[in-house]
Design a protein around this ligand. Structure first.
Ligand SMILES: *Cc1c(COP(=O)(O)O)cnc(C)c1O
Length: 583
């Protein structure tokens, strides 16, 4: 049938070559169209395919699929298709949420059937399964009119549990309906754990003993964790499980097993996930080192570090990608070429400056379709120094840090004739009194009260993928200052380094994969010292930016250090090596 993923027999040569390159040629026998790599996630950020996420977790999922498609890996993305998509505008410096309706059929999805999901004392809900095939990968999405929005309400509320149950049990039925048997199921966070439960139930229903079935499921499940604080994991009551989860389980042994994991009539989802996944990973080295999750017996759980990568084709300027390929900085798998470090060393400013000029034009084009905090369109002059901050507005990322001493900040901009641009989604559904909203409002009022800052500092609303890519392309200096120990990985900084933007960063998340981080590091014993350090690095960045040789050194030093880490193909290689250890 046309449009079907490639089967074992006609996997093109390149895949075998990729597998061979990662020393696991036998993978071509372990993964096939009927036995794919299954990735399951509540969130994916893939606007081209009609699904808008909220942040890094969704971006990672979308990039993982795109890299799999690029490498022709048989791959299935199991995820909800949300019927409503959140957008933000601004009113008196307070973000306002608006929702736009979305239909899978508008994005090339086809309906392939319905599957039921059961809720105690309610009629069965029917989930519609929509499929879309993209090369060797496919989306299988679940969807229904009353499904709700992404991250609506509190994480321990009924509707969130319903969404997880629908994705897990419904998604697993969808796999069966399409004749697919997962070679591995990657659970992107614990919210997806019910697909592993559904598999366990299927095995027991077919006559396997519960312990044997658990061993089997454990061997074929990977739990990817992005959370640093165990207390932030969702907790559900026994009552909620009786209503939403147990009606979807046939095997009494599986119900009994899960019941045994409750403590004080409550179950933390990660406790269930840890039981069902032998392979477990965190998304950067530091994250795997500091994570302190325990299982039910109180033992600390080991997580392997597999640092997130990005899909270069999505995030880097196509002109820069051509250059990296022509020069041999990237190979055909988008992994660093053999001599990439020497090649980077040989580059001069005139090889690279043109890309930033082009990037600025791209940014301005994107900004023509955008509004700032005053509802106005902004343009950044060609040739002007541009600082940027683009990430979700959550406390630990500290978007307000550059504004802590407005006079100092102002003088940095003034002395360098510089501009500052920022964007980032605010968490949804936060009521009045939310401190992040308050702090954003205060920050924007402070900017407004200073005539120079009002002209030079732009907050662009409705942050999304295309704005993110344009900001990486068109900015000169990117500011990434999470409170150390709080960023699981972060991928924005990778987009910046790839697009030749200088990075100012604290030593956290994926940046800390290299010790000491070869970037303009912000450090200090306390917050005040960190602020001072940030200003010092902002001044230094301006100085470097003006000097061709220093700038080239800085840009290529970042690339030489982080290119292997940033590579999405490298991330995929690491997952495949981890999951299919035996030959
Ligand atoms: C890249 C990207 C992210 C990821 O941001 P980090 O905070 O660096 O993990 C989030 N949202 C959008 C729209 C992005 O493009």
């Amino acid at each position: 049938m046309s449009g079907q993923p490639t089967t074992d027999n006609n996997l093109i040569e390149d895949v075998a070559e990729f597998y061979a390159a990662i020393d696991r040629a036998s993978l071509t026998h372990k993964l096939s169209a009927e036995r794919p790599y299954v990735y399951t996630t509540m969130e994916i950020y893939d606007v081209n395919n009609g699904i808008r996420g909220a942040g890094g977790l969704g971006v990672l999922a979308a990039d993982t699929r795109r890299v799999a498609e690029d490498l022709e890996i048989p791959f299935v993305m199991l995820t909800p298709f949300y019927r409503e998509e959140r957008h933000q505008t601004m009113n008196d410096f307070v973000p306002q949420d608006n929702y736009t309706p979305r239909k899978p059929t508008d994005f090339g999805f086809q309906k392939v059937g319905d599957v039921p999901v059961k809720i105690a004392d309610k009629p069965e809900a029917m989930l519609e399964i929509y499929e879309k095939i993209c090369g060797s990968t496919r989306f299988l999405t679940i969807s229904e009119d009353n499904f709700g929005v992404l991250y609506g309400g509190d994480s321990s509320e009924d509707n969130r549990l319903y969404q997880m149950v629908a994705l897990g049990f419904g998604g697993y039925q969808a796999l069966k309906m399409r004749g697919l048997k997962p070679a591995v199921m990657q659970l992107n966070e614990t919210a997806t754990t019910f697909s592993a439960v559904a598999r366990l139930d299927e095995l027991c229903r077919n006559g396997m003993g519960i312990y044997e079935a658990i061993v089997y499921v454990r061997k074929h499940t990977l739990y990817t964790n992005h959370t640093l604080v165990m207390a932030a994991e969702p907790v559900y009551t026994y009552e909620q499980f009786e209503k939403y989860v147990f009606p979807n389980i046939v095997s009494p042994a599986v119900k009994h097993f899960i019941s045994g994991l409750f403590r004080d009539a409550r179950l933390r989802l990660n406790n269930l996930t840890i039981e069902l996944a032998e392979a477990k990973n965190c998304v950067s080295r530091l994250h795997a080192k500091v994570i302190n999750f325990t299982d039910l017996s109180g033992e600390r759980v080991d997580f392997k570090a597999i640092t997130n990568g990005i899909d270069f084709n999505t995030w880097l300027m196509p002109e820069i990608m051509d250059f990296y390929h022509d020069k041999g900085i990237l190979d055909k798998f988008n992994m660093p070429g053999e001599n990439f470090r020497e090649i980077l060393k040989s580059l001069v400013a005139s090889d690279l400056r043109g890309f930033k000029k082009l990037g600025r034009a791209k940014l301005n084009k994107e900004l023509e379709t955008r509004k700032n905090q005053y509802g106005k369109i902004v343009q950044i002059p060609e040739g002007a120094l541009l600082y940027e901050f683009k990430r979700r507005f959550v406390s630990y990322k500290r978007p307000w840090m550059p504004f802590e001493h407005p006079d100092e900040f102002r003088s940095i901009l003034f002395e360098n004739d510089a501009h500052y641009i920022m964007s980032g989604m605010m968490a949804g559904n936060v009521g009045a009194g939310d401190t992040t909203y308050d702090r954003l409002q205060v920050m924007l009022h402070n900017i407004d009260s200073e005539p120079y800052l009002r002209e030079r500092v732009h907050y662009i609303t409705d942050y999304d993928e295309s704005l993110s890519a344009a900001m990486s392309a068109g900015s000169d200096v990117s500011i990434n200052v999470p409170e150390v120990g709080w960023e699981a990985c972060g991928t924005s900084f990778m987009k910046d380094i790839g697009d030749l933007t200088m990075l100012i960063s604290t030593n956290d998340g994926g940046v800390a994969d290299i010790e000491p981080p070869p970037v303009l590091e912000v450090r200090g014993e306390n917050y005040q010292e960190e602020i001072a350090s940030l200003y010092t690095q902002m001044r230094l960045a301006a100085e470097i930016w003006r000097d061709d040789q220093k700038w080239t050194e800085e840009i290529t030093r970042q690339l030489a250090a982080y290119l292997p880490i940033m590579s999405g193909a490298r991330m995929m290689r690491d997952y495949l090596r981890y999951l299919f250890k035996t030959n």
